[in-house]
Design a protein around this ligand. Structure first.
Ligand SMILES: C[S@@+](CC[C@H](N)C(=O)[O-])C[C@H]1O[C@@H](n2cnc3c(N)ncnc32)[C@H](O)[C@@H]1O
Length: 397
C-alpha cells in the first residue's frame, strides 16, 4: 500500500532518517516504546516531529485540508455561535484556541468578531509547536489590523489563573498521541514499536499496564460486552487528565471541540477491528504509521463518548453534540454564504465558495464525518442559538 504513495525528496528523506535514528537509539537503549510515545515523537519531537519541524503542510498543496483552510465560512459560523457567549460574559471574556494550525481560523474568526462588535478581551493560542507558533504570529501580524492583532497572545501552557470565555479546538483531539490496544486470550495488550534484527521499526504487542487495561475494561463495561480476541483499536486513557489540564481554570463559559469521530458504540464496532489510526501524506491517506516517520500526519478518530466523560469529570456539562453540518447550518451558514457570494469578485471566487459549503456540509465529506461537542460551565443560562440546541444529538452518546 505504501508503494502508491509519492516518494519524498532527498531533504525529506534525510529529515525522516534523523528522526528514525533518534527512535532507534531510544529503543535500543530502553526497549520497545508504547505506540503513543512513538506517535508523540513522530508529531512533536523538537525540530524533528511533523508538527514541530516545518514539515506540516496545511491546505490544498499540503498533506490535508482542515475546515478553516477551505475559506472563511467555518470561522464565521463559529463566531456566530460563540458571539452570544462572549456577549453574555462581557468585557472580560477571553477566547482560547487550542492548536492554531496555520493561523487561518484565528485570522477569520477575529475579523468576524470584530465585525460583530464582540471581540474577546484576549485571543489566546495554546500551540505546542514552536514552528507553527511562528507561522501563526507572522500570518496574523501581516493579515490583521493592528488593533485586532494586539489582542492575540500565545501560551506555553494552559492558563493558570481562572478565566471566563470560550475554549475552541478544531482537529486537536485527533492529534493527541493515542494508545493502541489488542486482546489476546482475554488479556489486554498494548501495541509497542520495536526494532527487528536489521534495525527496522516493527510493531509488537506487550501486556498492558494497569492504566491501559483499566481504560479498555471501562470500554468493555460500557459497551456491554468484551472485545473479541485479536480486536485492535485505540483509546486515550489520558483524555480526562488532558481536558482537566487545558480547561480546569475555565470557570464560566463554553468549550467547543470539532473533530472526526463517533459515539462509542460506533467507534468500537466489531467490524472496525483495526481501529481508526490514519496517516496522511500529501493528500494520500494510508494506514502504515511506520512509513517515513516525521513526514506523515498521524491521527485517530475521536471517541466522543470518551470526550463527554472527560468533560464531565472536569466539571463541565455537555450542552450539545451534533454533526458539523448541523452546527454550521444552525449558526448562520446560509447567510454567511450569501453575503460572501454577493461580495465575491468573480466566477472563480463564487465557485470556490460553493465548493467550500459542499465540503463543510456534505455527509461523506466533513458534514457528518466531523462532529461538534459543546460543553458549558458556570453559566446561569445557556447562550446558544435555539436552532443549535434543537439539533442536539446528545442522546446518542
Ligand atoms: C490537525 S492540526 C489542526 C490545526 C487547526 N486547528 C486547523 O483546524 O487547521 C492539529 C493542531 O493541534 C496542535 N496540537 C497538538 N497537540 C496539542 C495539544 N496538546 N494542545 C494544543 N494543541 C495541540 C498541533 O500543533 C496543530 O496545531
Amino acid at each position: 500500500m505504501a508503494s502508491r504513495l509519492p516518494d519524498p525528496g532527498p531533504d525529506e528523506r534525510a529529515h525522516s532518517d534523523r528522526l528514525l535514528q533518534l527512535l532507534r537509539t531510544q529503543i535500543a537503549a530502553h526497549g520497545p516504546i508504547p505506540f503513543a510515545q512513538y506517535m508523540e515523537r513522530c508529531l512533536y519531537a523538537p525540530g524533528l516531529g511533523y508538527y514541530s519541524a516545518g514539515k506540516t503542510k496545511f491546505g490544498e498543496a499540503g498533506d490535508f485540508v482542515t475546515a478553516p483552510e477551505l475559506g472563511g465560512l467555518f470561522a464565521q459560523c463559529i463566531a456566530n455561535a460563540m458571539h452570544p457567549v462572549l456577549a453574555m460574559l462581557g468585557s472580560e471574556a477571553d477566547f482560547l484556541e487550542l492548536g492554531g494550525g496555520s493561523g487561518a481560523f484565528a485570522e477569520a474568526v477575529l475579523r468576524a468578531f470584530g465585525a460583530a462588535g464582540t471581540l474577546p478581551r484576549r485571543y489566546l493560542i495554546l500551540e505546542p509547536s514552536a514552528d507553527l507558533r511562528d507561522r501563526q504570529r507572522e500570518r496574523l501580524a501581516a493579515a490583521l489590523p493592528a488593533a485586532l492583532n494586539a489582542r492575540v497572545a500565545w501560551l506555553d501552557q494552559p492558563p493558570e489563573e481562572e478565566w471566563r470565555g470560550v475554549l475552541f479546538a478544531n482537529e486537536v483531539v485527533d492529534a493527541l498521541p493515542t494508545t493502541r490496544f489488542t486482546l489476546r486470550a482475554g488479556e489486554v495488550y498494548e501495541e509497542h514499536v520495536a526494532l527487528d534484527g536489521e534495525g527496522r521499526l516493527v510493531r509488537t504487542d506487550r501486556p498492558a499496564d494497569a492504566l491501559v487495561s483499566g481504560a479498555v475494561r471501562h470500554l468493555e463495561r460500557d459497551l456491554g460486552q468484551p472485545f473479541a480476541d485479536g480486536y485492535r483499536s485505540e483509546v486515550l486513557p489520558q483524555l480526562p487528565y488532558w481536558v482537566q489540564a487545558v480547561a480546569g481554570t475555565l470557570s464560566a463559559g463554553v468549550m467547543l471541540f470539532v473533530d472526526y469521530g463517533y459515539v462509542r458504540r460506533e467507534y468500537y464496532l466489531p467490524e472496525r477491528s483495526d481501529g481508526t489510526l490514519m496517516a496522511h501524506y500529501r493528500h494520500h491517506a494510508h494506514n502504515d504509521p511506520l512509513h517515513w516517520p516525521g513526514l506523515n500526519d498521524l491521527t485517530a478518530s475521536v471517541d466522543f463518548t470518551a470526550l463527554a466523560e472527560a468533560g464531565n469529570s472536569a466539571g463541565f456539562g455537555v450542552a450539545a453534540y451534533l454533526p458539523q453540518a448541523q452546527l454550521l447550518l444552525a449558526s448562520g451558514l446560509q447567510v454567511a454564504f450569501e453575503q460572501a457570494h454577493a461580495q465575491a469578485g468573480d466566477d472563480f471566487a463564487r465557485h470556490r465558495l460553493a465548493q467550500e459549503v459542499r465540503r463543510l456540509t456534505m455527509p461523506e465529506q466533513m458534514g457528518e464525518r466531523f462532529q461538534a461537542m459543546l460543553f458549558a460551565r458556570g453559566l446561569d443560562v445557556l447562550p446558544l442559538a435555539a436552532e443549535l440546541l434543537a439539533a442536539d444529538q446528545g442522546g446518542r452518546l
